[in-house]
Design a protein around this ligand. Structure first.
Ligand code: ATP
Ligand code: MG
Length: 605
C-alpha cells in the first residue's frame, strides 16, 4: 500500500545503494522460485503450444482461401477437413491455456505462501528492540499486501512476459513468412507504439501510486476510528470525524477517477494506433492484391495478425506498473528477512541445557547495566541476588526500571554490561525456548489470544488436560466466572479477550501460570486490576504457587509485597534500600515514606 512512502524513503538514499540492495532482494526472493523450476518449464511449454495454436488459425484460413477457393476448386471434403482441424486447434488452444494458467497459479501461490510463512516466522523471532523501532502497522502491510504484490509478479507479470513476449515473436515470424515487404511496413509503427506506451506508463504509475497511498490513508483512518469509538462518542467527535472521513473518501475517489481516465485514454490511443496500422496494411496490401503481387488469403491473414499485434504490447506495458511495485515490495520484505535478531540463541556447542523440572531457580543479576539507547542508561549498575525459592518484592517510583529488569531476565533485551545467571548459568547460554519455560511472567495487561478459554489457559498445548486447566482455574477463583459463560471453558474469546474485565483477564493469566508451573515466577503489577477481595484470593493462591519457586513481585501497592522475604526499593535504576518490611521501616527511608503515605490513604478512605 504505502508504495509512495517507501518510494519517498528510498528517495533519501543514493540510487546506487538502492540498486545494489534491490538486486540482492531480487536474487534472494527469486530463490523461492527455484523449487518450482519444472512447473515454470511446463508453463512455458503450454504457453508456446497454446499461442501457436491460436496463431495458426489465420494461416489455416489463408490456405483455404488461396489454395482452394481462389482457384475455384470445389473440394467440399477438403474444406470440411480444414474446418475440423480449425476446431481441433481451438480446442488445443483452450486446453493448453487452461493448463498454463493452472500451473502458473500453482507455482506463484506456492512461492508466496512460503514467503509469507517465512516472513511471519522471522518476524516472530525478532527481538523487542526491533518492535520498538518499527511501526507495527507497516509490518502488517508487509505480510499482507507486499506478499500479494509479489504474487501478482509471479502470476501476472511473469505470465505476460512469457505469453505476450512469445505471441509477439510468433506474430512477427508469421508476418515475415507471409510477406516481407508488408511486414517491414507494419514494423515501422513500432517506435510510435513504444513512445506512446512510455509516456502513458509514467503517468499511469504516478496516478496508481497516488491512489494507493490515499487508500492506505483511508484504511488507517477507519481502523483508528473503530478502535477509538468509545472516545469519539464520549467527546461527541462524530461530526468532526465524519467530515474528516469524507475528505479522505473524496480524495480517494478523485485519485481513482484520474487513474480510470488515464487508463481509458491509454487503451483507446492504442486502439486508434491499431486501426491506423490496419488501414495501412489494407491500403498497401489491397494495392498489392489489385496488382496481383499478393494473394487475397495473405492479406486476410495479415490483417488478423495486425489486430493481434497490439494486444501483447499493451499487456506488457501495463505489467510494468506491477513490476515497479514488486521491486519496492521485494526490497521491503528482504529488509525484514535479512534483519538479524539482537538477542540471539547460543550456538549449539556453546549452549547449556537447563530443564524446567531440574532447575533450582537461583537468580543473580551481576552488576548489570542497560539502556534502551546507549546514551541513556535506564539501569546504570544493579547487583541483585535471589536464592532459590525466595520471594522478593520490588517497589519504586514510576520509570525506576522495574519492568526493564524483568524484560532483561526474560531476554527481551540483552544487558550492556554484567550478566544475569540462573543456577549459575549465564542466560545467554540457555536456549531461549528453555529460558521461557523456566521463567513465567504475568503482566499488568495479560495478552489473551482469539480462541477458547481452555486454549488460552493451556496456550494451545492439547497435551495439557482439561482437568488440569479446570483445577488451576478453581485454584485462582476464576472457575465460577468461566462456567457462567455460555459455552463454559469452550467459550470463544475475541480480540485480546475484549469481552472480559481487566481483572478476569488477569485471573485467566494466573491460571495459565499455575498450569505451566515455571521455576521462576514474575508478577509485574499483576494484581493492580483486582479488587481487594479478589486480590486477597490471588494472594492466597500465590502463597501456594510460589512455594518452592523463586518469585519476583513488582507492585505499587505495598500490601502485595509486604509479606515477601525481602523487599527491594528501586529509584532511577538503582537499588536504594533493601530488607524485610520491618527492617525497611526501621531504616526511616524512602520505603517508610511510601508506607506512611499508603497508610494515610487507607485511613482517609
Ligand atoms: N521500549 C522502550 N524504549 C525506550 N525507553 C523505554 C522503553 N521501555 C521503557 N523505557 C524507559 O525506561 C525507563 C524505565 O521504564 P520501566 O518500564 O522499566 O519503568 P517501571 O519501573 O516499570 O515503571 P512503572 O512503575 O511505571 O511500570 C523509563 O524512563 C521509560 O521511559
Ligand atoms: Mg512497569
Amino acid at each position: 500500500m504505502p508504495n509512495s512512502s517507501a518510494a519517498a524513503l528510498a528517495g533519501n538514499k543514493s540510487s546506487g545503494e538502492i540498486k545494489g540492495k534491490s538486486f540482492e532482494a531480487f536474487k534472494n526472493i527469486f530463490k523461492y522460485a527455484a523449487p518450482h523450476k519444472l512447473t515454470f518449464v511446463g508453463v512455458f511449454v503450454c504457453a508456446l503450444l497454446g499461442i501457436s495454436a491460436d496463431l495458426l488459425q489465420p494461416y489455416l484460413v489463408k490456405i483455404i482461401i488461396d489454395d482452394h477457393l481462389a482457384q475455384g476448386k470445389a473440394e467440399f471434403g477438403f474444406i470440411a477437413l480444414m474446418a475440423g482441424i480449425y476446431l481441433g486447434i481451438t480446442f488445443i488452444s483452450f486446453l493448453f491455456t487452461y493448463l498454463q494458467n493452472n500451473l502458473l497459479q500453482f507455482a506463484g501461490q506456492g512461492i508466496v505462501a512460503k514467503i509469507r510463512k517465512d516472513l511471519f516466522h522471522h518476524i516472530s523471532k525478532l527481538s523487542m528492540s526491533y518492535f520498538d523501532k518499527v511501526h507495527r502497522g507497516s509490518l502488517v502491510t508487509n505480510v499482507s499486501s507486499d506478499t500479494e504484490t509479489i504474487s501478482q509478479f509471479f502470476t501476472q507479470v511473469f505470465l505476460s512476459l512469457i505469453r505476450d513476449g512469445m505471441t509477439l515473436v510468433l506474430i512477427i515470424y508469421f508476418m515475415f513468412r507471409l510477406d516481407t515487404t508488408l511486414a517491414w511496413y507494419s514494423l515501422t509503427i513500432l517506435p510510435v507504439i513504444g513512445l506512446v506506451a512510455f509516456m502513458f506508463r509514467r503517468y499511469l504509475r504516478q496516478a496508481y501510486q497516488v491512489t494507493r497511498s490515499r487508500l492506505s490513508r483511508l484504511i488507517g483512518f477507519i481502523a483508528e476510528n473503530l478502535s477509538g469509538m468509545g472516545l469519539i462518542q464520549a467527546f461527541r467527535q462524530e461530526e468532526e470525524q465524519t467530515r474528516r472521513f469524507n475528505e479522505h473518501n473524496q480524495s480517494y475517489w478523485e485519485g481513482n477517477m484520474r487513474e480510470v481516465r488515464a487508463n481509458v485514454l491509454f487503451n483507446r490511443t492504442f486502439d486508434i494506433l491499431g486501426n491506423l496500422a490496419l488501414v495501412l496494411v489494407v491500403w498497401l496490401g489491397g494495392m498489392a492484391v489489385f496488382h496481383h503481387t499478393m494473394e487475397v488469403g495473405v492479406l486476410y491473414a495479415f490483417t488478423s495478425y495486425i489486430r493481434q499485434f497490439f494486444q501483447p504490447i499493451n499487456q506488457i506495458t501495463m505489467q510494468w506498473n506491477t513490476f515497479q511495485s514488486t521491486t519496492v515490495s521485494m526490497d521491503r520484505i528482504w529488509k525484514i528477512l535479512s534483519t538479524e535478531p539482537d538477542v540471539k540463541d547460543p550456538l549449539p556447542d556453546h549452549q547449556t541445557v537447563l530443564k524446567a523440572d531440574e532447575a533450582h531457580g537461583k537468580v543473580d543479576f551481576d552488576h548489570i547495566s542497560f539502556g534502551y539507547s546507549p546514551a541513556n542508561p535506564v539501569i546504570p549498575d544493579l547487583d541483585l541476588h535471589l536464592d532459590a525459592g525466595e520471594m522478593v518484592g520490588i517497589v519504586g517510583t514510576t520509570g525506576a526500571g522495574k519492568s526493564t529488569l524483568i524484560s532483561l531476565l526474560n531476554r527481551f533485551y540483552d544487558v550492556n554490561r554484567g550478566s544475569i545467571r540462573i543456577d549459575d548459568i549465564d542466560i545467554r547460554d540457555i536456549p531461549q525456548q528453555q529460558l521461557h519455560r523456566l521463567v513465567g511472567l504475568i503482566q499488568q495487561d495479560p495478552f489473551l489470544f482469539t480462541g477458547s478459554v481452555l486454549d488460552n489457559v493451556r496456550l494451545f498445548q492439547t497435551d495439557i488436560s482439561r482437568e488440569k486447566v479446570t483445577e488451576a482455574c478453581r485454584y485462582v477463583g476464576v472457575h465460577d466466572m468461566i462456567i457462567r459463560m455460555p459455552q463454559g471453558y469452550d467459550s470463544l474469546l475475541s480480540e485480546r479477550g475484549s469481552g472480559l474485565s481487566a481483572g478476569e483477564r488477569q485471573l485467566i493469566s494466573f491460571a495459565r501460570i499455575m498450569v505451566f508451573e515455571p521455576r521462576i515466577l514474575i508478577l509485574d503489577e499483576a494484581t493492580a486490576h483486582l479488587d481487594s477481595q479478589t486480590e486477597q484470593l490471588v494472594q492466597n493462591a500465590l502463597q501456594t504457587v510460589s512455594k518452592g519457586r523463586t518469585t519476583l513481585i513488582i507492585a505499587h501497592r505495598l500490601s502485595t509485597v509486604m509479606h515477601a522475604d525481602r523487599i527491594l526499593v528501586m529509584k532511577e535504576g538503582r537499588a536504594v534500600e533493601e530488607g524485610t518490611h520491618d527492617e525497611l521501616i526501621a531504616m526511616h527511608g524512602y520505603y517508610e515514606q511510601l508506607y506512611n503515605h499508603a497508610r494515610q490513604a487507607t485511613e482517609e478512605e
